[in-house]
Design a protein around this ligand. Structure first.
Ligand code: HEM
Ligand SMILES: *[C@@H]1O[C@H](CO)[C@@H](O)[C@H](O)[C@H]1NC(C)=O
Length: 587
């Protein structure tokens, strides 16, 4: 049995933490024995006082050096947030409070009003620079790519889930992974819609059956199964078939852990549960920063869930490796799944396993969140639903299976997806760590560049940026897909493409972007071929997903939300989104 994370952490840190004080104590004690003028209490006192010095002296020294560097570069400092309290704990407390009723574009409280679109926080002595400036994000992701990496705290928090997969590595190892997975996303592969067809049809039939019982459907739950079934098919060629399990009713509540850990529970059920908790636990670890192991002194919270995940993926990978060794797949031209593609390049079980899990983390919840928010918005804006449905009927008709060429031509569909991604980006916050000190270009012409110290964490928020009125126009808080088609595109997006970054940008841009657009488009077309109207069933809304009263006072979207959002790694709707739909009569 390996030790729990907390105990490993203590074994590693205590010697480092106490080593220096022990030396100080011993030295002073020894001196006091020989020099009568030094009283006995000096030794323990010195050992205690050295603690704060250990932390603060290096900090002051670094600050001093940074200030000199900044002047040498003739750069301005990023506005510093005052009143954060000791070690920034007041601000951390505010963040934790906001994380409880999480609305992405109000996470930072009144800081943006007070300080503007970028500001500097000192959280537990670490430099944290928050920005929602397109030019900064461009520097982080593209022009200064090599200087901004996934930071050590992020990597350590996620390594037990992601291993050394593409998501969680930097530099040459990252390049290797990018090369390993790229062939799968080649154009001919992702324009093959066969994968989507079977699962979409299954999803539609499950929805229809439930609605015919005169019961609402939890769209978010259903679509999460759909993206899981698609992902398990294209990644592993192994059917998860979670859409075959009974859908929840409004009253059924959540799954119980006892059922999940029961070996007789259907694999899809335990997998869905463990996969989602594994992400939640890893994100909580990340929120707690470098000291997360202290919250897990007696047990490893993640491990039981990783066991469930590994138990599903490992045998599939093992048998693919054996098939290759046995030469069974020789001469097969097209590799259809990502697993085929990976096995062709390596025999390393752990490498393939971690890469598969990374793909699942990257692709499953992002896609289902976008579809959930798109359906949420279409239910609130029947005029856009009608317009989109008209485009579907004009392009594909009421029954035919959509093809890649259909999807390519459907401008309004793309605009609806883009507008959902703008208001509800599945990755609302992201972060990088500055390797060396650097500067960001000035925001105003003729202004000075901004100084970024080495080691700083850069938190950039696409969610905030996507809602800025100065970047998107006065109606930025409204859901209006036409802004991606009419004169507003030329006015706002075309001259400044970095204002819209749901998939990030630069060398690490989402590798699954086209795949995701195709999958989402295919599903929405099928949905609107089958149903002609959608409405939220607010009577079925669980109490936990009713937005708090203070949201109503907020301007724009937040004041109008009827459902509550939440964020772990990705943005989603809290707990459930029950909808009712009317069956189409055209077919
Ligand atoms: C609407 C759906 C999606 C959205 C909004 C989205 C968004 C993103 C974002 C913001 C990143 C950058 C994360 C970072 O570097 O910090 C990313 C990376 C990535 N995405 Fe997606 N994604 C989506 C769907 C998918 C799908 C379907 C797949 C795979 C099948 C996928 C695979 C990946 C991978 C592998 C990376 C890491 C790339 C790298 O680090 O080089 N994504 N995605
Ligand atoms: C949607 O956004 C993508 C960028 O992610 C862009 O390439 C595309 O042109 C946009 N399309 C429409 C119709 O808005």
């Amino acid at each position: 049995m390996p030790l729990p994370p907390g105990q490993i952490f203590l074994l590693r840190t205590l010697p480092r933490l106490f080593g220096f004080p022990v030396v100080v104590y011993a030295a002073l004690h020894y001196l006091a024995n020989y020099v009568d003028a030094i009283p006995r209490w000096v030794a323990p006192m010195g050992a205690i006082l050295i603690f704060p010095a250990l932390f603060f002296v290096p900090t002051f020294w670094a600050d001093f050096k940074n200030e000199r560097l900044r002047r040498a570069l003739d750069a301005d400092p990023v506005p510093f947030v005052r009143g954060g309290g000791f070690l920034g704990l007041k601000i951390l407390k505010m963040f934790l409070k906001h994380a409880e009723a999480m609305y992405p574009s109000s996470f930072y409280g009144d800081l943006p009003e007070k300080y503007g679109t970028f500001f500097h926080l000192r959280l537990l002595l670490r430099h944290t620079i928050v920005t929602m400036e397109p030019s900064h994000v461009k520097a982080i992701l593209a022009t200064q790519f090599d200087n901004f990496q996934k930071g050590p705290v992020l990597i350590k928090s996620f390594r037990p889930l992601l291993g050394d997969g593409i998501f969680n590595v930097n530099g040459d190892i990252w390049k290797f992974h990018r090369g390993l997975t790229r062939p799968f996303f080649a154009r001919n592969r992702i324009t093959d819609f066969d994968i989507f067809e079977r699962h979409t049809d299954k999803a539609i039939s499950v929805i229809r059956t439930r609605l015919r019982e005169d019961q609402p459907v939890d769209f978010q739950d259903m679509i999460g199964r759909f993206t899981l079934d698609v992902a398990s098919t294209f990644l592993l060629g192994k059917e998860m078939d979670s859409l075959s399990l009974p859908l929840p009713y409004p009253t059924s509540g959540g799954l119980k852990s006892s059922t999940i850990m029961n070996p007789n529970t259907h694999i899809a059920e335990s997998f869905v549960h463990s996969f989602s908790l594994a992400q939640k636990i890893s994100s909580t670890r990340h929120l707690n920063g470098g000291i997360w192991p202290l919250m897990e002194m007696w047990d490893d919270k993640l491990k039981p869930h990783m066991d469930v995940i590994y138990n599903f993926v490992e045998p599939v990978i093992q048998s693919a490796i054996e098939r290759k060794k046995g030469g069974v797949d020789k001469g097969k031209e097209e590799s259809l799944t990502m697993l085929d593609e990976l096995v062709r390049q390596t025999d390393d079980l752990i490498l393939i396993r971690d890469e598969t899990i990374n793909m699942l983390v990257a692709g499953k919840d992002t896609t289902s969140a976008t579809l959930s928010f798109a359906v949420y918005m279409l239910s609130e804006h029947p005029q856009f639903l009608a317009k989109l449905r008209q485009e579907v009927l004009d392009t594909v008709g009421p029954n035919r299976t959509p093809t890649y060429d259909d999807v390519k031509d459907m401008k309004f569909l793309r605009a609806v997806i883009n507008e959902s991604l703008r208001l509800y980006p599945p990755v609302p916050f992201d972060a990088r760590s500055a390797v060396k000190e650097t500067t960001f270009p000035p925001i105003t012409p003729g202004g000075k560049p901004l100084f970024i110290p080495a080691g700083a964490t850069l938190m950039y928020s696409v969610a905030y940026m996507h809602r800025r009125k100065d970047l998107w126009g006065p109606d930025a808080l409204e859901f209006d897909p036409d802004r991606f088609i009419d004169a507003r595109v030329q006015k706002y997006l075309v001259p400044n493409p970095y204002i819209f970054l749901p998939f990030n940008a630069g060398p690490r841009i989402c590798i699954g972007q086209q795949f995701a657009y195709n999958q989402m488009s295919f599903f929405l077309i099928r949905l609107l071929q089958s149903f002609s109207s959608i409405s939220l069933d607010l009577t079925a809304r669980p109490e936990s997903t009713r937005p708090p009263e203070e949201w109503k006072l907020k301007e724009g979207r937040q004041g109008k939300e009827t459902l509550m959002t939440d964020v772990h790694l990705t943005l989603f709707i809290k707990d459930a989104m029950f909808v009712r739909m009317t069956e189409a009569t055209e077919r």
